[in-house]
Structures are given as structure tokens and as C-alpha cells.
Design a protein around this ligand. Structure first.
Ligand SMILES: Nc1nc2c(ncn2[C@@H]2O[C@H](COP(=O)(O)OP(=O)(O)OP(=O)(O)O)[C@@H](O)[C@H]2O)c(=O)[nH]1
Length: 396
């Protein structure tokens, strides 16, 4: 070999290996320092297998066996452990030189490309997990599992406002120290909290890893926004926005289950239909905002008269219902209705004037006045109108 050719391996960025039949390294060029962290002196004379990642040794031995039987290999991949313990992804071309009784190998460091591929796959996995997540614990559990494969992640905590904390850790979640990295969880115009990641002592992140975390945080922020929106919509579909009481739809569900319970327990239940008297005038005289305030006060007043297990709902403009379970008889239901009427009639300030509201209440008893919702509602409604008509007749 000419002198120029002898110097050639030292100019290569790939590592060039000559390996003896017994697997010991006979020669390696100085590129090995940049790729594996070892000088040629530290590698020469040692078994090449000692540097290979334990999980890749078996299939590397099989591959090299084929090379030594005369089959050249181009593009074979395996992993090495660098001197600092980190993993180097290597792509090989290798052939056997029967004349020299040496295996010639050229090793290219493809760790950067592998990391980029892993990050890309990780981003896809994060986006898929975010898309499918139906709860926040499910989302952060999936994110923890995915990020663990991409970062030196020991533990992860999602701290959500106001004060909800979802923690994940491979083992025991250690005390917070300087190894923790914080990423804000947000959506345009909204801040939900942050993701805190325990990256241990080797916690410095590359720009690409920081990008990955930002991507994860962005996905998580979008999921939090989506779940919050769903929760708001689900709430709005079942509750009255003005008073916070169950609306007609939720009331239908509640009365259905209450009837089933009464039927099973052979107990009695009462449906109270409550309609404000002359409420239109409140709007006309004091304005719509004052009308709203009165409706809110009425909701609180009715609720204060019933047991916690009973349901109070707003089913129309100035129409409320109270569903009483385990009622002994009509007299007991009438007593509750009387109390509601009395509490509603407490004077209050509306638009700077003292106003005394009144309500008409009709009662339907299960099972005496009906065994299904429609019958009970009709009976209570008619009883309420009878009550209202009697009041108006008395006033006339
Ligand atoms: N402020 C306010 N008013 C409402 C709301 N929903 C319905 N209303 C009004 O409530 C009034 C109900 O009127 P009516 O059903 O005639 O009842 P009323 O004036 O109490 O008459 P009687 O029941 O016969 O005593 C209407 O004027 C509606 O516009 C609301 O959310 N807020």
C-alpha cells in the first residue's frame, strides 16, 4: 500500500475496523473517537463484541458469521455503547478478506438520523394519543409512556389549574430538584397549568428535544381545551344557565329514576309544580335583569326547602318543579309546598324597590295521581292552575 493509501483511513469520518478471526480488533482509525468516545488504542486488542449493545449482540454475531462465510454486507444496523454509556446507532458495510484472515468493516454513525426518526414517530404517537384521549389521566399516562422512550425521563407531573395534579413516574416520584423541566400547558389565550418532567441529573435537553416537548405540551393544551368544551356542552345540555338548576331534560331523567325507585321500594313520591304569579310584571316594571335576579333568588329559595336528595329543576321561564322522594302522604307534600310558598314570599329588593313574589303550586302524588311522568305532570299542572285561578278570583 502506498503511503497515501495508508493515510486514507485517518481522513474518513466513518470508523474503519479490521477484526481478527477471534473477534478482536486489529485496527481502527481515529474516527472511532468521535463515534464511540474511545481512542484507537483503547479499542485495539479488545473484542468488538464488548462494545456492542447487549440486546444487539446475538444478531450481530449471526450477521458477522455470514460475512465470514464470504457474504459481504451493506447497510447492516446495530447499536454500540459509547464510552459515556450513551447509545450509538451504527450502519455497517463489512466483508471478509480471506487472504488477510481479517474482517473489514466500515461503521457510519446514524444516531442523529435515528433520533430524528424516533422523534418523528414519537410526535405521531403523541398526536394519535391526544386525538384518542377521553380523560386527562389517560392522556398524560400515554404521554409519559411515549416521552419515556425519547427522553431521559424519570417522572412526570401534570399540574393543572386549579390545583389538579396528575403524577406519573417509572418508580417512586422523587422530590423536585433542579433536574425538573417545566413546560407550560396552554391554548391560544388560555393557560391551563404545566407539565413538569424529571430528567434527572443529565437533564439538559437539545433543541430538538425541546421542540418535542413543546409539541407534546401543544397537543395536551388542545386536548384540555377540547375536554373542557365537551364538559361545558354536556353541562349546558342538562343544566339551566341562569339558575344552575337541572333543566327540563335532566328533570325528565331524574323523575324517571325517582318513579322507578318508588315502584321498587313501594314508596310514595310527590311532584310539585311551582309557577310564579305575575312574573311578567316584574320584567315590565323592573326590567329583564331584575327578572333574572328574581328567578335566581327563587331557585335558591325553593332549593332551601327540600332535602338534598330531592330534585329542584327549572323547566320553563318562571316554572319550577320539585321532586320529593319518600313522602308519607299528601299532607306532608302540602306542608313542603306551604313552606316553599312562604319562603318565596319573603320580600326582596328588585331594581331599588321592595318586591314580594308569590307562587302557585300544584301537587301530584305517586302513585295516587299517576304512575307515569305524563300523568303526574298533567295532574300537577292542573292543580297549579286551579291554585292560580283561586288566587286571581280572590284578588278580583
Ligand atoms: N327575566 C326573565 N324573564 C323570563 C325568562 N324566561 C321567561 N321570562 C318571562 O317570564 C314571563 C312569564 O310570563 P307568564 O307565563 O305570562 O307568567 P306570569 O306573568 O307570571 O303570569 P301568571 O303565571 O298567569 O301569573 C314572560 O314575560 C317571559 O318573557 C328569563 O329567563 N328571564
Amino acid at each position: 500500500m502506498t503511503d497515501a493509501l495508508q493515510r486514507l483511513p485517518e481522513l474518513l469520518l466513518d470508523a474503519v475496523f479490521l477484526v481478527e478471526e477471534d473477534g478482536r480488533i486489529a485496527f481502527v482509525n481515529s474516527a472511532c473517537l468521535a463515534i464511540f468516545g474511545y481512542t484507537p488504542e483503547e479499542m485495539i486488542g479488545r473484542r468488538v463484541l464488548d462494545f456492542i449493545h447487549p440486546d444487539d449482540r446475538a444478531h450481530t454475531v449471526a450477521e458477522m458469521g455470514q460475512v465470514m462465510q464470504g457474504q459481504p454486507r451493506l447497510g447492516f444496523e446495530n447499536r454500540y455503547l459509547r464510552k459515556d454509556g450513551s447509545v450509538a446507532h451504527i450502519m455497517w458495510s463489512a466483508r471478509w478478506s480471506a487472504q488477510d484472515r481479517l474482517r473489514i468493516g466500515v461503521a457510519r454513525d446514524i444516531s442523529g438520523r435515528k433520533r430524528a426518526e424516533q422523534r418523528q414517530a414519537g410526535m405521531l404517537a403523541l398526536a394519535t394519543a391526544a386525538h384518542g384521549a377521553e380523560t386527562l389521566p389517560e392522556l398524560f399516562r400515554a404521554f409519559h409512556a411515549i416521552l419515556q422512550g425519547l427522553l431521559p425521563l424519570r417522572g412526570m407531573v401534570a399540574v393543572l389549574q386549579p390545583g389538579e395534579r396528575i403524577a406519573f413516574a417509572s418508580g417512586e416520584l422523587p422530590q423536585q430538584d433542579s433536574g425538573w423541566h417545566h413546560v407550560s400547558l396552554s391554548a391560544p389565550g388560555m393557560h391551563f397549568g404545566e407539565m413538569q418532567l424529571d430528567l434527572g441529573r443529565h437533564g439538559t435537553l437539545s433543541a430538538a428535544e425541546l421542540d418535542l416537548l413543546q409539541f407534546a405540551a401543544g397537543q395536551a393544551g388542545a386536548v384540555i381545551e377540547r375536554l373542557a368544551l365537551h364538559a361545558d356542552l354536556a353541562h349546558a345540555a342538562r343544566y339551566d344557565e341562569l339558575t344552575g338548576l337541572p333543566n327540563r331534560r335532566l328533570f325528565q331523567d331524574r323523575i324517571q329514576s325517582a318513579i322507578a325507585r318508588c315502584r321498587r321500594g313501594q314508596s310514595r313520591g310527590a311532584l310539585l309544580f311551582i309557577d310564579l304569579d305575575d312574573f311578567k310584571q316584574v320584567n315590565d316594571v323592573h326590567g329583564h335583569i331584575a327578572g333574572d335576579q328574581l328567578l335566581q333568588a327563587i331557585a335558591r329559595r325553593i332549593t332551601s326547602c327540600v332535602r338534598e336528595a330531592d330534585t329542584v329543576a327549572r323547566i320553563g321561564g318562571d316554572e319550577f318543579v320539585a321532586l320529593l322522594e319518600n313522602v308519607a302522604d299528601l299532607r306532608q307534600a302540602e306542608a313542603v309546598a306551604g313552606k316553599i310558598q312562604q319562603v318565596i314570599a319573603t320580600p326582596l329588593l328588585l331594581g331599588g324597590c321592595v318586591h314580594t313574589p308569590h307562587a302557585s303550586i300544584g301537587i301530584a302524588l305517586y302513585p295516587e295521581h299517576g304512575e307515569v311522568i305524563d300523568q303526574l305532570m298533567r295532574h300537577a299542572d292542573q292543580a297549579m292552575y286551579a291554585c292560580k285561578a283561586a288566587r286571581k278570583a280572590a284578588e278580583a
